[in-house]
Design a protein around this ligand. Structure first.
Ligand code: FAD
Ligand code: SF4
Length: 463
């Protein structure tokens, strides 16, 4: 029997006043009973829109049907057919724009909580069972993956399961990409990412940390060393700035630096070797997930007033709806339709942010309404720290040291969309390095697609 309740089964959350004092995960997860109750809200559509809404086409009704029947291990098996990181995606996918946006239950109420059910299923399995040992017939063909973020992890996992000898080269000392250095612990516990990385190692994937491709060794040198194919999943980690006056003042951070220091270097521990000075009043410029993460982190580090300054309206905020909701509950002040024009300072330190009010005009090239300045509307927000979270572009290190690989004017690598092969034969790319800053699930989908194409080509040549 279906559960025709129009709202999602609620999940436990740490109360805002408590959680702003810690870095523990904010959202709890369903109990088995709650998961079954929520799964029964899925009416098992014959033509399920949700599957098409998911970039990797998870068999959503099938896995939910198993949850509804209490068959959690089988539900996990179905999930894993299409998604190698369900515990991560259940937590961080923008479900309201993807799978859940196409759920028919959303027409008259709230959609089925697909993300929460995905998280429940993955957590349940990880806490109670071990991944099945799969027998892999090794083929001895060497392949290299650059970057241990979602794109690289997905590509390496697929290649290893197909029998390839896979080495990941990672610039940082901990693998995981944005999942470890960008997204904070209170949204995605690092123990979850570590478990996923351990699974990769079980498949025989080697991870060479602290290796910067383009500096320690180049892509061309990897090919000369006998790697028969290379996948580049190096992400888009170079922060953008606005080129406004005052950006060089002390107290201005890029969100990347700020979050990396906190997440990777654990700046919130008192004895951290790389503490961050968060100040009392912080303005975070931008409206995406990165901005929400930086603002919510600043609150947890003790800032008394934290602003999100965004030049479009509330409806246009690109961050996940849940992040915006949580940020508001945590007391973050949203200054939408507000554009920063100058960071003001005294004695070399930030003292304020001069802004103008905006209105939304005609749609621009991206189809979004362009913000237009309201003349004479200038005002100042008193702050002592400014965090820039207006986007990232790819670091040019790899592309500038690889011969014969085309990039476009944004610095992203040009690929054949069917195979993810670049214009350099045998070299593939996917994730943010191809799309520009996007999402975890899209990066994983690209890594998986590339692995399949690499196998097709290598099979013909070497097997
Ligand atoms: P990355 O995750 O960036 O991984 C690239 C890896 O390559 C890194 O480990 C890097 O160290 C390594 N690397 C780079 N250069 C080199 C080199 N020269 N040599 C060797 N290794 C190298 N997406 C969502 O879906 N939901 C969210 O809630 C969300 N929140 C986000 C919050 C933040 C703060 C940020 C920054 C991003 C967020 N995103 C979110 C976006 C998402 O994390 C990215 O789209 C995704 O991680 C891209 O995966 P990737 O594998 O392409 O790159
Ligand atoms: Fe939804 Fe993401 Fe899971 Fe796909 S992977 S079903 S988009 S939560």
């Amino acid at each position: 029997m279906f559960n025709m309740n129009n709202t999602k089964t609620a999940v436990n959350e740490q109360p805002p006043k408590l959680r702003i004092k810690n870095f523990d995960e904010v959202s709890g997860r369903y109990s088995s009973e709650e998961a079954i109750m929520e799964a029964k809200r899925c009416i098992q559509c014959k033509n399920p829109g949700c599957v098409g809404g998911c970039p990797v086409n998870v068999y959503i009704p099938q896995f939910i049907k198993e949850v509804a029947a209490g068959n959690f291990v089988e539900a996990y098996r179905v999930l894993k057919m299409q998604n190698s990181l369900p515990a991560v995606c259940g937590r961080v996918c923008p479900q309201e724009k993807q799978c859940e946006s196409k759920c028919v239950r959303g027409l008259k109420g709230e959609p089925v909580a697909i993300g929460r059910l995905e998280r429940f299923t993955a957590d349940y399995f990880m806490e109670n069972y071990k991944e099945e040992e799969i027998e892999i017939k090794k083929n001895g063909i060497k392949t290299a993956v650059i970057g241990a973020g979602p794109a690289g992890i997905a590509c390496a996992g697929e290649l290893a399961k197909m029998g390839y000898d896979v080495t990941i080269f990672e610039a940082l000392h901990i693998p995981g990409g944005v999942l470890v250095y960008g997204i904070p612990e209170f949204r995605l516990p690092k123990a979850i990412v570590a478990k996923e990385i351990n699974n990769l190692k079980k498949f025989g994937v080697k991870i060479e940390k602290n290796v910067i491709i383009g500096r320690s060794i180049t892509v061309d040198e990897l090919l000369e060393e006998g790697y028969k194919a290379v996948f580049i999943g190096s992400g888009a980690g170079l922060p953008k700035f606005m080129s406004i006056a005052g950006e060089n003042l002390n107290g201005v951070y890029s969100a990347n630096e700020f979050l990396t220091r906190v997440n990777l270097m654990k700046a919130y521990h008192q004895d951290s070797p790389t503490p961050v000075s968060v100040g009392k009043k912080v303005a975070v410029i931008g409206g995406g997930n990165v901005a929400m993460d930086a603002a919510r982190t600043a609150v947890r580090l003790g800032a008394e007033e934290v602003y999100i300054v965004y030049r479009r309206g509330e409806e246009e905020l690109p961050a996940r709806a849940e992040e915006v909701h949580h940020a508001k509950e945590e007391g973050i002040i949203f200054k939408t339709l507000t554009s920063p024009e100058e960071i003001t300072g005294k004695d070399g330190w930030v003292t304020g942010l001069h802004c103008s009010k905006m209105i939304l005009g005609e749609a621009d090239r991206t189809g979004r309404k362009a913000p237009v300045k309201v003349e004479g509307s200038g005002f100042e927000i008193e702050v002592d720290r400014v965090i820039m979270a207006i986007g990232q572009t790819p670091n040019p290190l790899i592309t500038s040291t690889t011969l014969g690989m085309e990039i476009d004017k944004r610095g992203t690598i040009v690929v054949n969309e069917d195979s993810m092969e670049t214009t350099k034969s045998g070299v593939y790319a996917g994730g943010d390095i191809v799309t520009g800053a996007a999402t975890v699930i899209l990066a994983m989908g690209a890594g998986k697609k590339a692995a399949k194409a690499m196998d097709e080509k290598l099979k013909e040549k070497y097997k």
